[in-house]
Design a protein around this ligand. Structure first.
Ligand code: COA
Length: 335
């Protein structure tokens, strides 16, 4: 549970950016790979198509493009950035991909590192970045969410391959002496239910010498119990948002936009209904991109800012949720 009223500095939101890969995979295309149909996918998920990154559109490349656009909107020069957080579960390099983005941006004074929390990764990174700004350690941060789950999807599993796509988004946030637009947050994880959604190492034993065996690293495809994940999301997400609003003395009627991790339109609709937030206020671009994991929240927000749907000072309740299991919420004003 977080409270911002004890902190030294406020947070302001200065810029957003996103990047979507060029290749488009439609439901029709999928129906040629597995036994499914456009109608089934649209009805059960709200998704019509998704983007698939090419070999040239890695997490680093997508994250860089998104961060560059956020930096440009914020009107920051690269050397003024203090912190770069990259939320991803599909890094170019397991030792960390954020420093590569730092170098491409020319942000030579920044500290950059990765944070992994699957589809909650962007929310958890935003909250983490906010701590450094609030306590006065850093002034300017780029928070990036980027994933290319397409590399780990089992394209023969119709229960999961229909959901995922690739993409990236980023926000530029800044510490302020007199304004605070980041009101508070909640974060939760439950490893007991972690087996519902995984991208796990499937090690194989390899002898290196004299019976000494190593567990050779390799990742298996994504495995998912769709029904359990669905039940988890529609139960926990409204609760965590409701608890946050109560903690901060806000009512759901005051929320201008509900910005949920884009997993399934039915999840978005159910959460909106439980919180009594009308459909027009529930942001959705699932139809075009599917679930881009850590990318969904900043990608959705960037699109809404650039097409002038979300305006300066709008109150936004956001929630990320997914593997771990992990979930959480934050309340902020844009600007
Ligand atoms: N096309 C056609 N039929 C499909 C299908 C597909 N792509 N996928 C599953 N089916 C079939 C099933 O085999 C099942 O058939 P049966 O009744 O003959 O056994 C039937 O459709 C119903 O399956 P079910 O799993 O109950 O469907 P569902 O309504 O739960 O929808 C998901 C499946 C995956 C769309 C849904 O569970 C979901 O979105 N869950 C959340 C997943 C998620 O968001 N993960 C990421 C979280 S960050």
């Amino acid at each position: 549970m977080g409270e911002t009223n004890l902190s030294q500095f406020g947070i302001t939101f200065k810029g957003s950016g996103s990047y979507i890969p060029k290749q488009i995979l439609t439901n029709e295309d999928l129906s040629r790979i597995v036994d499914t149909s456009d109608k089934w996918i649209k009805t059960r998920t709200g998704i019509s198509k998704r983007r698939i990154s090419s070999i040239h559109e890695s997490v680093c490349q997508m994250g860089y493009e998104a961060a560059l656009r956020a930096m440009e909107m914020a009107n920051w020069s690269p050397d003024t950035i203090d912190l770069i957080l990259l939320a991803t579960s599909t890094p170019n390099d397991l030792f960390g991909s954020a420093p590569r983005i730092q170098s491409k941006l020319g942000a030579k004074n920044a500290t950059a590192f990765d944070l992994t929390a699957a589809c909650s990764g962007f929310l958890f990174s935003l909250i983490t970045g906010a701590q450094y700004l609030q306590n006065g350690s850093f002034k300017r941060a780029l928070i990036i969410g980027a994933d290319q789950l397409s590399s780990y999807v089992n394209w023969l599993d119709r229960g999961s391959c229909i959901l995922f796509g690739d993409g990236a988004g980023a926000l530029a946030i800044e510490a302020s002496d007199d304004i605070n637009n980041f009101y508070g947050f909640q974060m939760k994880t439950d490893g007991e239910r972690g087996g519902f959604l995984n991208l796990s190492v499937c090690g194989s034993e390899e002898e290196i010498i004299d019976d000494i065996k190593v567990n050779k690293g390799k990742f298996s495809n994504i495995t998912m119990n769709g029904q359990e994940v669905y039940k988890f999301a529609v139960r926990e997400v409204p609760i965590v948002i409701d608890n946050l609003l109560k903690q901060l003395n806000y009512n759901s009627s005051e929320v201008d936009w509900l910005l949920l991790h884009q997993a399934n339109q039915r999840i978005l609709d159910a959460v909106g209904e439980r919180l009594n937030i009308p459909k027009e206020k529930v942001l959705s671009n699932l139809n075009n991109y599917g679930n881009t994991s850590a990318g969904t929240i900043p990608l959705m927000l960037d699109e809404s800012i650039r097409n002038k749907k979300v305006k300066q000072n709008d109150l936004i309740a956001t929630s990320g949720f997914g593997a771990g299991l992990s979930w959480g919420a934050a309340l902020f004003r844009w600007g």
